[in-house]
Write a protein that binds this ligand. Structure first.
Ligand SMILES: NC(=O)c1ccc[n+]([C@@H]2O[C@H](COP(=O)([O-])OP(=O)(O)OC[C@H]3O[C@@H](n4cnc5c(N)ncnc54)[C@H](OP(=O)(O)O)[C@@H]3O)[C@@H](O)[C@H]2O)c1
Length: 286
């Protein structure tokens, strides 16, 4: 049995879909704090249970009888996330899980400008010291993070983000999910850390050129200072910790922390990663 925690999010759903191409849904348990969000998956034969990162007993129950657990990183300030991830790893060990697969992030170093990199770094260290077998997938920036910015650019011709001169190896949720499915079901992944990136790294200007192709009209990449970027997020109603965390993420992108391309998606899945052009065509063509 495989379990996925935080399964109601985009990545959890995409990974469940990817797993169902390889194994019977009845061998996959989807754990979410609100199981009703996964009713469609239950109807397809997945086991759906309740598990909240803030409720260790629910985690322990969700891990019962499980061989391999995918712990998808949570949402919140760093201290909360780390406590939640530690609770999940402890519950996995107590339930007799053999291997934990964890979704980390690119470049989780003390020097990172991304203020939530710390929870990833410390979770990685805690997992490695846990005595459990482990596999870590460090995800680059999700292509869908910019969906609002792409839509705005297609409407106005302005693609505004901090640091448009810097390359980012944007990766799709589907590529991450297929890589996770391979790491969950395949052998030889114990003690391995994979860098999950898109097949190339693009500057903001190159992304703007792709958007211009879709728009059939010019799109210009414009450098948005971090303070202005944070102000936009705050105006959109995001809570202060999210404004701060997301702004620090774009600062890390602008500093080049997410520029490196790895071949790990192709190595894990046996197929090339999805170019951002294909993602934009599929999600944003009008
Ligand atoms: N690399 C990147 O660019 C990037 C971008 C965004 C996020 N991330 C990280 O990657 C993870 C997966 O991304 P995603 O796109 O799937 O995010 P998402 O769609 O926002 O999903 C987040 C998931 O976390 C769950 N969750 C939050 N608090 C929880 C708790 N206390 N107990 C159990 N589940 C909890 C949510 O449950 P509910 O459905 O109940 O809310 C949801 O299922 C995120 O959680 C975040 O750590 C990475």
């Amino acid at each position: 049995m495989i379990v996925i925690t935080a399964a109601s999010g985009q990545l959890g759903r995409a990974t469940a879909t990817a797993l169902a191409r390889q194994v019977a849904p009845s061998t996959v348990r989807l754990a979410a704090r609100d199981p009703s969000k996964l009713a469609a998956f239950a109807a397809e034969g997945f086991e759906v249970v309740r598990a909240d990162y803030d409720d260790p007993a629910s985690l322990r129950a969700a891990f019962e009888g499980v061989e391999t657990a995918l712990v998808i990183s949570g949402m919140g300030i760093d201290a909360d996330r780390l406590r939640q991830h530690v609770a999940a790893i402890d519950a996995a060990r107590a339930a007799g899980v053999t291997r934990v697969v964890y979704t980390s992030a690119t470049h989780p170093t003390p020097e990172s400008l991304f203020e939530w990199a710390g929870a990833h770094r410390e979770t990685e260290a805690y997992l490695k010291a846990s005595g459990l077998a482990w596999t870590i997938l460090r995800d680059n920036a999700y292509a869908s993070n910019n969906d609002g910015l792409y839509a705005h650019a297609l409407q106005t011709g302005v693609f505004g983000l901090p640091g448009p001169d810097t390359r980012v190896a944007w990766v799709t949720h589907e590529d991450v999910a297929d890589a996770l499915a391979a790491a969950l079901t395949g052998s030889g992944h114990e003690g391995r850390t994979y860098e999950i990136t898109g097949p190339s790294a693009l500057t903001g200007h190159e992304v703007a050129a792709e958007l211009a192709r879709l728009r059939g009209a010019p799109v210009e990449a414009v450098d948005v200072p971090l303070e202005a970027f944070a102000a936009h997020l705050a105006e959109a109603g995001l809570p202060p910790f999210v404004v701060s965390g997301v702004t620090s993420f774009y600062a890390a992108l602008a500093a080049g922390e997410y520029a490196e391309v790895s071949g790990d998606v192709e190595r894990l899945t046996g197929r090339p990663g999805t170019p951002l052009r294909a993602y934009l065509q599929a999600r944003h063509a009008r």
